[in-house]
Design a protein around this ligand. Structure first.
Ligand code: NAD
Length: 386
């Protein structure tokens, strides 16, 4: 059974799917591992380190993809510079595991099904206790939350902690975190460690205790509707509820030196939590870091991938923050993938038990079929709009 690790070709993607330590573990379990030459370069893992771990380095991508039983990568397969699609390099029956963005890129999923590839979308792993060690959304979101605070601290023209100095006393920065999922909770913890006074808000009332246990104040908004969908994710809320939350959070945004937004609703554009009016009320020098920038942004003034200065407020819309910390992002992602590989491979053979909720949720294409109904609908939608 040959596991292959591809070099990412997406501009700005610095992560790699396996690090040498995980390669060594898989080799010890009797698997063969191939790594594309230079795959770990941008995350500071050399070809030599992979070779020491027991991997075979393969320079030609077509050979690496073509010989793979299980191909591991980070991002959605793409068109290569030579005009060939990465999907077409895989052999029939091969397994692909990656962040597949199946609802956002249904055409890629359709091609994988046509090529009879068994494709797993790592972001579709259920958020259950049993699947925790495979939960790449969490491992990467945690990095994004941490890094968002460091970016905010670097951009803020103030200290974060309270300081008592001979030259006077400095008040601590006020940080307001909107959305207290995995990224938001890590942002709260990081901002607290830097000495800020932190408040947080989420439409899921269940996070109140977690927020408080990190030493932050929870901003409560009473809504007259259910805000939690299946799987524990947030629902899209009604216009009335949006209005109500905006009324409550406006005052907290106004008082904050730093606002970090992380609110997402799966399969939807990110909700606008910070309106232009709210930004206009903020103190000059304040900073907003919008982690939802890639999904359209939680702030009305966000421009994805850019820093915007708006009425004296700096609004930062970072893209792919986990890739900016590629050593640990890759290390954690590699552990997530290796655990899934171990679930799929028994006695050096692929064993797909579709009764297993992890396998049935994350497997998007198999034996020529698209297995996920929402992805089937997305494909049909693309078909009708072409
Ligand atoms: P996410 O990235 O989908 O969303 C981030 C946060 O934004 C969520 O907390 C959500 O409630 C919040 N949000 C959405 N709309 C909002 C709005 N209008 N206003 C304010 N906040 C809003 O979330 P996530 O971090 O991926 O977590 C999703 C769920 O998965 C949570 O219930 C989390 O507890 C759960 N989870 C479980 C496990 C596990 O049990 N192993 C692991 C990780 C996450």
């Amino acid at each position: 059974m040959r596991i292959a690790v591809a070099k990412e070709i997406e501009v700005g993607e610095r992560r790699v799917a396996l690090v040498p330590d995980t390669v060594a573990r898989l080799v010890k379990q009797g698997l063969e591992v191939s790594v594309e030459a230079g795959a770990g370069e941008r995350s500071f893992f050399s070809d030599a380190a992979y070779e020491v771990a027991g991997a075979k380095i393969i320079a030609d991508p077509a050979t690496l993809w073509g010989e793979a039983d299980v191909l591991l990568k980070v991002g959605v397969p793409q068109e290569r510079e030579d005009g060939r699609s990465e999907v077409d390099l895989l052999r029939e029956g091969a397994v692909l595991i990656t962040f597949l963005n199946p609802l956002g890129q249904p055409a890629v999923v359709q091609r994988l099904a046509e090529r009879r590839v068994t494709a797993f979308a790592i972001e579709m792993i259920p958020r259950t206790t049993r699947a925790q060690s495979m939960d790449a959304l969490s491992s990467q979101a945690s990095i994004a939350g941490y890094k968002a605070v460091l970016i905010a601290a670097a951009a803020l023209p103030k200290y974060f902690p309270m300081l008592t100095t001979a030259a006077g006393t400095i008040a601590p920065a006020k940080v307001f975190v909107m959305g207290a999922g995995v990224a938001g909770l890590q942002a709260i913890a990081t901002a607290r460690r830097l000495g800020a006074v932190v408040e947080a808000f989420d439409i899921r009332p269940a996070v109140k205790e977690e927020v408080q246990s990190l030493g932050a104040k929870f901003v409560e908004v009473q809504l007259k509707e259910e805000t939690v969908a299946a799987g524990g994710y947030a629902k899209e809320i009604s216009e009335v509820s949006k209005q109500r939350t905006q009324e409550v959070v406006a005052e907290h945004v106004k008082q904050a030196d730093v606002v970090i937004t992380t609110a997402l609703v799966p399969g939807r554009k990110a909700p606008i939590l910070v309106t232009e009016d709210m930004v206009a009320q903020m103190k000059p020098g304040s900073v907003i870091v919008d982690l939802a920038a890639e999904q359209g942004g939680n702030c009305a003034c966000t421009e994805p991938g850019k820093d915007v200065l708006w009425n004296g407020v700096t609004i930062i819309g970072p893209i792919n923050l986990p890739a900016s910390m590629p050593i640990h992002a890759s290390q954690l992602y590699a552990k997530n993938l290796a655990t899934l590989v171990q679930l799929l491979i028994k006695d050096s053979a692929l064993q797909l038990n579709f009764e297993d909720d992890i396998i049935s949720s994350a497997c998007i294409t198999h034996a020529g079929e698209v297995r996920n109904q929402r992805v089937q609908e997305a494909i049909a939608q693309v078909g009708t709009t072409v």
